[in-house]
Design a binder for this molecule. Structure first.
Ligand code: SF4
Length: 261
């Protein structure tokens, strides 16, 4: 325990991660949408319905049309209560992809994920890794619209919104995914399990390594678990580095094997 405290002190993580106010402009091609704040959208599709046409259209979306498509979405009932949709923000070709559960009140008001207190903590976590949002980092949620009162997303809402997340992941092509909180983790891994049982190992979302850690909003209420979250982020960083080293080694072998022309 003493050794871990010493390591955290060395890393500048004691007594707390420093909260830094930082706003980052949306990435190129992922512009924050700007609908009127109190706009109410009338649903035109039944909640949760995933028509083949809709799935094909979303699967073919490119970045310039992505945010507008999300903003026009009425595939679940959350379109009636949202103020703004929250498609995601960051580097459109980031190696790091952080995925949370759903927008909260601050995100719903601003149209950007993780902008409240939890967002500032996430920024501090990124800073501890020497990173910042928008620079090789993309941040998104499973749901693109806020559930009223921050209630837990319903399965049909997750199902309806899932094609957008799948398309984002395909467009970004991340090298590592960090699932923030149980909801994001169980959705991405398609399992029902506790976050404690999912932490500490490398999962896969399709071919991409995926690490599970706590949601920053949870960490704000449970400060001692910040050390565990730091361990998770270190595992993510080590996994990414190992992957890069393996890629470099494979390239060297390929070059060596090609021999002189
Ligand atoms: Fe559409 Fe997702 Fe918003 Fe539901 S939460 S209306 S599926 S964008």
């Amino acid at each position: 325990m003493a050794a871990r405290v010493e390591i955290l002190r060395e890393l500048g993580l004691l007594p707390l991660w420093r909260l830094r106010a930082r706003r980052v402009a949306p990435a190129v091609g992922v512009e924050a949408n700007e609908p009127p704040p109190s706009r109410v959208v009338a649903p035109t599709e039944r909640s949760g319905v995933a028509t083949d046409d809709r799935l094909q259209r979303i699967a073919a979306l490119e970045w310039p049309a992505f945010a507008a498509d999300v903003d026009a979405c009425t595939a679940c009932g959350l379109c009636r209560t949202r103020n703004r949709s929250v498609p995601g923000v960051g580097d459109a070709r980031a190696q790091w992809l952080f995925i949370g559960e759903a927008p909260g009140a601050d995100e719903d008001a601003k149209g950007e994920p993780f902008v409240g207190q939890a967002g500032r903590l996430l920024d501090s976590m990124l800073a501890a890794l020497g990173m910042r949002r928008g620079d090789n980092v993309y941040i998104a949620n499973v749901l693109k619209c806020r559930p009223p009162g921050n209630r837990t997303p319903e399965p049909r809402e997750v199902e309806a919104c899932r094609p957008y997340l799948d398309r984002q992941i395909a467009l970004i092509g991340p090298r590592i995914i960090v699932a923030l909180g149980k909801s994001a983790a169980t959705t991405l891994l398609n399992v029902e399990a506790s976050i404690a049982s999912l932490r500490g190992r490398v999962h896969r979302y399709r071919d991409v390594p995926l690490i599970v850690t706590y949601h920053p909003a949870y960490l704000l209420r449970n400060l001692p678990d910040k050390a565990k979250a730091w361990e998770d982020l270190c595992l993510a960083r080590a996994t990414l580095r190992r992957q890069q080293d393996e890629g470099t080694q494979a390239l060297r072998l390929q070059v060596a094997g090609s021999g002189p022309i």
